[in-house]
Design a protein around this ligand. Structure first.
Ligand SMILES: Cc1cc2nc3c(=O)[nH]c(=O)nc-3n(C[C@H](O)[C@H](O)[C@H](O)COP(=O)(O)OP(=O)(O)OC[C@H]3O[C@@H](n4cnc5c(N)ncnc54)[C@H](O)[C@@H]3O)c2cc1C
Length: 320
């Protein structure tokens, strides 16, 4: 029997799994095919890849800064240099943009090297039999564990664990905003010499030049495009049914940059239904000592990788 069943291999799940694994028997279960959740890295061909979720990390708190510096010294992280154009002209701190040396799923990769991970293992339901948890997967397998920890977005958590969470926690007003992301590659396209572009536009708000991250050498030009929240709210439920959504995002990019449509050799669009919660919650993490059920996730604190890491660190303190 496991001491802890961790649901999710994103930053929260990997961080809490790493801390607990020093003392307990821990395993991770994730419905996805690979590691990292919303920080995952999608391969195009061979070693060419896109960060289709997290773009970069800019640590704010003392504890997280220390951890990021540690990964930086270990060369797991590097600084994303070059020109970052910002057409919103918003006032902001000029913080460094850290990226994973091989992909932005770096934190999950680093923390879970020695932890057993089960992918394509979607948790469907949980049952507490007064002694331990029975966690039922979509494969019909039942995992037994003394404690269970959820790290998935709030709507997904409530669907599975509603019967075991306190009323106050179930009544939280958490709004997880969507995002439409398109990964696109061009052949023989003269590159715009920038690393990223922040647009002041109703549809397209961000474009990242994957080649500028210097993880690979490619004659193809790879970009990740991300939509505005407002536009994603209108299109998240239809983007799979109509090509219009993808085409609108791409044509915005072509108009802004002058890139040519006939040079596109690859495009793939992903809709993130639960991207980020901008407002946090009164909790940093959730732990019910009696039932041994816990929750840590970014949305409890804010919309960033740092929020996920802080939430997991907070839960670890409660468990100890
Ligand atoms: C498009 C986009 C851009 C972003 N850009 C940035 C950025 O530049 N900088 C930044 O700091 N943050 C950014 N974020 C936010 C950042 O991705 C998140 O804050 C962070 O990755 C959340 O980590 P997490 O572990 O809490 O959740 P997740 O990464 O969502 O992990 C939850 C995991 O649970 C799994 N799961 C869900 N349900 C089940 C189930 N039933 N059974 C098994 N597994 C399940 C999921 O597959 C997932 O792997 C971005 C997010 C998005 C979507």
């Amino acid at each position: 029997m496991l001491d802890f069943c961790i649901i999710g291999s994103g930053v929260s799940g990997s961080t809490i799994a790493h801390i607990l694994s020093k003392k307990y028997k821990v395993e991770i279960f994730d419905k996805a095919r690979g590691l990292g959740g919303r920080a995952s890295n999608k391969r195009f061909i061979k070693n060419l890849s896109f960060d289709h979720g997290v773009q970069y990390i800019s640590p704010k708190s003392k504890e997280f800064k220390k951890f990021i510096q540690f990964l930086f010294k270990k060369k797991e992280l590097k600084i994303w240099g070059g020109n970052h154009l910002d057409f919103t002209f918003e006032k902001k701190e000029n913080n460094s943009k850290f990226i994973g040396s091989k992909g932005n799923n770096v934190i999950s990769k680093y923390y879970t090297k020695k932890i057993r991970k089960n992918f394509q293992s979607s948790v469907k339901s949980i049952y507490y039999n007064k002694h331990f948890w029975e966690i039922k997967l979509d494969t019909k397998e039942i995992v037994k564990a003394r404690s269970v920890i959820f790290t998935c977005p709030y709507p997904q958590l409530k669907k599975i664990a509603r019967n075991y969470l306190e009323k106050k926690f179930l009544k939280l007003k958490i709004v997880m905003e969507p995002n439409i992301t398109t990964m696109i590659a061009f052949k023989n396209q003269k590159e715009v010499p920038v690393s990223s572009i922040k647009f002041n536009d109703e549809v397209l708000t961000w474009a990242a030049n994957e080649n500028s991250k210097k993880r690979f050498n490619s004659s193809n030009s790879l970009w990740t495009l991300q939509s505005s929240v407002k536009w994603a709210r209108r299109t998240i439920n239809i983007y799979k049914k109509t090509k219009k959504v993808e085409n609108t995002l791409i044509s915005k990019f072509l108009n802004f940059t002058g890139y040519k449509k006939n040079k596109i050799i690859f495009k793939k669009t992903h809709g993130w239904k639960y991207s980020y919660n901008f407002h946090g919650s009164p909790y940093k993490s959730y732990w019910n000592k009696k039932l041994r059920i816990g929750v840590c996730a970014d949305w409890l604190i804010g919309p960033k990788v740092e929020s996920a890491w802080l939430s997991a660190s907070d839960l670890a303190k409660k468990i100890k």
